[in-house]
Design a protein around this ligand. Structure first.
Ligand SMILES: Cc1ncc(CN)c(N)n1
Length: 223
């Protein structure tokens, strides 16, 4: 078993709780209150802005071009894929990127991005940076593939563009290459550093769960 397979295995129960969260179950069934979804889209757009900063810290510590290429591919996926989908939803709700920038991240969101940025800023290098950003990318692939199996009719709901982003073959391939890169850079780490990496991955998986739980409440500061 590779290091990342071990990490995923250890955190599957948390990812399963994400999948079982009322927000995602209602999203799959198409019954989710759109006010909650709107709040999620706003918080997630703010989250993705902060997510980019994780790689800014990672870049300052990069020791080779492989690290920079991997950060770049993650960032461009987030910007061109996820960011674009969120913008379509923001527009549907009469909002845009500019009009939400002054809004605060809700506490669970802020705690998550703070944790990722700290891991990349205070960590020794690429392994810590990848640990902070992988649960975000890979848990969504795991969760949304299962959600689509459970609720094939999600295709007929307003939430399909979001689900489609994380269930495409190209997303799966991208996740596989980010995982393979992470396994390569972690293979010679000593036990202590592997344990620290594992802890970052765990914390970020738990933050994912808290983000889904937070999203069941609508934001109260949107027009
Ligand atoms: C909070 C969160 N976690 C994960 C993803 C998927 N990259 C996201 N957009 N937002």
């Amino acid at each position: 078993m590779t290091f990342t397979q071990e990490l995923i295995e250890k955190n599957l129960s948390v990812w399963q709780q994400c999948l079982d969260s009322p927000f995602l179950q209602q999203l799959g069934a198409g019954t989710l209150d759109e006010a909650c979804f709107k709040g999620y889209i706003v918080d997630d757009s703010l989250y993705l802005r902060e997510y980019a900063k994780v790689f800014a810290w990672g870049m300052t510590k990069a020791e080779d071009l492989d690290a920079i290429r991997t950060y770049y591919s993650l960032l461009s996926f987030v910007n061109e894929g996820e960011g674009a989908t969120r913008l379509v939803y923001l527009n549907r709700y009469g909002l845009d990127d500019h009009s939400i920038q002054h809004l605060p991240q809700r506490p669970e969101n802020l705690a998550y991005t703070g944790c990722m940025i700290k891991a990349a800023r205070d960590g020794k290098g690429a392994p810590e940076c990848m640990m902070a950003c992988l649960p975000c990318m890979v848990s969504y692939q795991w969760i949304f593939q299962r959600l689509l199996q459970q609720y094939p009719n999600v295709r007929e709901t307003p939430f399909w563009p979001l689900v489609r982003d994380y269930t495409s073959q190209s997303y799966e391939q991208a996740c596989q290459s980010w995982l393979a890169y992470t396994d390569r850079i972690c293979q010679d780490l000593d036990a202590e550093r592997k344990a620290q990496c594992s802890e970052i991955f765990r914390e970020c998986s738990l933050h994912e769960l808290h983000f889904w739980e937070m999203s069941l409440q609508p934001r109260t500061d949107l027009p």
